[in-house]
Design a protein around this ligand. Structure first.
Ligand code: ADP
Ligand code: MG
Length: 618
């Protein structure tokens, strides 16, 4: 809520700074704030509606782009200079996009230096961050215009499955748009807040948030406990949404009303048909029948026919819901609420199917277009300190850790940790005189780093040469409230420190995040077995290294017999390593150890005596 304060010395009225909530959507974006009456409200500047289509058009020759409904019109007439769905490109590389890159109406090019995609408009190149910033700027201007006050601070929402680089990109877009981004919030968390869930500290709820937008679908299961929003599971399809419902209608009309030839001859007819299909879809959310004239042909559509056309698409979302519920290990009865988000949830078949699947009426009492923005405004209000009873925390969806010997993932911040959070662990070197330590940061649930996603890699250089195992290297992870990670490594004996900036790597596709979480469940048993073999191998390799070094250095103190026996037993261990069988390896390690430890001890005593003898003890 915007509070008004009176400055006692000057008698002037000061309005407290407003923090807006922003839903930066793939198809549509909105900005909301807390009305002085205490309720969140989506901003409707000059009666233009609350929805700002996430479309940016660059008029030929003009300096400033056009954003929103006006820009959307150019999708028909000037597709090359009209950018839509830019959210799909945030924090991603050309490779991440794969086949989808060519399906866009504009040019996505591969910028080899950073690996992150750029978009070509005329002879200029734009990053998805810059384009998102244009949308945010428009939202900021609308808010400033409607509220008649400068707006410099915002909370922005992102899908729960967004990774670090996508979140960072969103934050950067905000900064470019002149907004200080106080918090990046998960969209399902915002939706729950808008429904008033999680606002009282002693509340405990489990909810499903079903979000079907223009081109994306996701479902998240959240557990809300003491103000902590935990994402238990998330699932979905980043290429399934309202556009596909439109496409189903278009395909039906085209084949049943023989439109193919007409569409072929009329360039703009295709886009007209698309708009007509969307109009039909929206109409059927409230009526039983639709019909319109299209170039002299009457195109009818009944609700029954429409439902039949979209049934397979809706069913795909239900499959995702089933999976999300299974991943969260819950039954529908254990859910306190099912919340509907996104314009496409207005389709009655969607409402019915979701309610039937979750065995309870879905909650759609709030405007599904606005609910995420409203929740973001509530989060902003909490950050502004206007709701002191609420403490909001999010959790990290994937484990963060570093690679240790043998390619194992050593988790530092486990998934579902409340954020912000800090954690660290101490490591050492594995080879004598090692002066560099490579630190590779990974994200994911698998035991082997090669199955996880590499976030960053850096060298801690300048470690003074010391025997293996002596340097002490602290690796600290700091995950801030937006889910952005900082990693620091310090060698304690020498105080060598690496100020590390993690370069946001290429983004994961959403399918990959889902896949990573899913894989961790399906491969859990294999992973444990693989980890045990690797651990055994690591012990064995270290043992071989130490024993060989020992024999090398101390051969003068060893008998001929001891040397040949050790060589033979070393060979046994090498062969055991070949088998890759944990028990065989560990058995050979034990044998080598019991063989060598008596004379290792003896030699140690000799060298200690010599060392003492060489020193003057006063
Ligand atoms: P996003 O979150 O991806 O930006 P939205 O939540 O704004 O998307 O959803 C946009 C989609 O909602 C579009 O496909 C639009 O056609 C659809 N939509 C909007 N209103 C209705 C309606 N009344 N009936 C059916 N679909 C609708
Ligand atoms: Mg949305």
């Amino acid at each position: 809520m915007a509070k008004v304060a009176i400055n006692l010395s000057t008698g002037s009225i000061q309005q407290e700074e407003i923090i807006v909530g922003i839903d930066l959507g793939t198809t549509n974006s909105l900005v909301a704030y807390i009305h002085p009456d205490g309720h969140p409200l989506a901003i409707n500047d000059q009666g233009r509606g609350t929805i700002v289509p996430s479309v940016v058009h660059f008029p030929a020759g003009a300096q400033e782009p056009i954003v929103g409904t006006e820009a959307k019109d150019y999708l028909l007439t000037d597709p090359q200079n009209t950018i839509y769905s830019v959210k799909r490109l945030l924090g991603k590389s050309y490779r991440d996009l794969g086949e989808h890159a060519t399906q866009l109406g504009y040019k996505v090019i591969d910028d080899n230096t950073e690996g992150l995609v750029k978009i070509r408009v005329g002879d200029r190149f734009y990053s998805p961050i810059e384009l998102s910033a244009e949308i945010l700027k428009e939202l900021r201007l609308r808010a400033e215009h409607a509220l008649k006050t400068p707006v410099n601070k915002a909370v922005i929402t992102v899908p729960a499955y967004f990774n670090d680089s996508q979140r960072q990109a969103t934050r950067d877009a905000g900064r470019l748009a002149g907004l200080e981004v106080l918090r990046i919030v998960n969209e399902p968390t915002a939706a729950a807040l808008a429904y008033g869930i999680g606002l009282s500290p002693d509340e405990e709820k489990t909810v499903a948030v079903y979000d079907l937008g223009g081109g994306t679908f996701d479902v998240s299961i959240l557990r809300i406990q003491q103000g902590i929003f935990e994402v238990l599971s998330t699932n979905g399809d980043t290429y399934l949404g309202g556009d596909d419902l439109d496409r189903a209608i278009i395909d039906y009309w085209t084949s049943d009303y023989q439109l193919a030839a007409y569409l072929y001859q009329n360039g703009s007819a295709q886009q007209e048909l698309r708009l007509l299909a969307e109009a039909a879809k929206k109409h059927l959310s409230r009526h039983e029948e639709f019909s319109a004239d299209f170039g002299g042909t009457l195109l009818p559509l009944t609700k029954t026919k429409f439902n039949e056309l979209i049934q397979p698409l809706v069913e795909r979302t239900i499959v995702s819901c089933r999976q999300a519920l299974a991943d969260a290990k819950l039954t529908p009865q254990q859910l306190d609420a099912v919340l509907l988000v996104g314009g496409s949830t207005r389709v009655p078949l969607v409402y019915d199917s979701v309610s039937a699947f979750f065995q309870q009426p879905a909650n759609s009492s709030l405007n599904p277009d606005e609910v995420v923005a409203l929740g973001a405004a509530i989060q902003a209000d909490i950050l502004a300190g206007n709701r002191r009873d609420v403490l909001l925390l999010d959790v990290t969806p994937l484990t963060l850790g570093i690679e240790t010997l043998g390619g194992l993932m050593d988790p530092i911040i486990p998934r579902n940790s409340k954020i912000p959070t800090k954690a660290g662990r101490q490591y050492t070197t594995s080879v004598d005189g090692q002066v560099n330590l490579k630190i590779s940061v990974y994200q994911g649930e698998r035991d082997l780093v090669k199955e996880n996603r590499k976030l960053a890699e850096f060298d801690l250089r300048g470690i003074p040469a010391m025997p293996a195992g002596l340097p002490k290297v602290d690796v600290n992870f700091l995950l801030n409230a937006d889910g952005i990670l900082q990693v620091e490594a310090i060698e304690l004996r020498s105080n060598t420190r690496q100020a590390v900036e993690i370069k946001p790597q290429y983004g994961l596709t959403d399918e990959q995040v889902e896949q990573m979480l899913m894989d961790s469940l399906t491969h859990a048993r294999e992973d444990v077995a693989a980890r045990m073999v690797i651990e055994a191998r690591t012990v064995a390799e270290q043992m071989l290294y130490q024993v060989e070094r020992f024999v090398d250095k101390n051969s003068q103190y060893l008998t001929e017999d001891e040397i040949t026996q050790t060589a033979a037993q070393t060979q046994v261990l090498r062969e055991a390593l070949e088998t890759n069988v944990k028990d065989t390896i560990l058995k050979a390690v034990d044998e080598l150890e019991s063989l060598t430890s008596p004379f290792a001890e003896r030699v140690m005593n000799i060298s200690i005596k010599q060392a003492m003898a060489g020193k003057k003890i006063e």
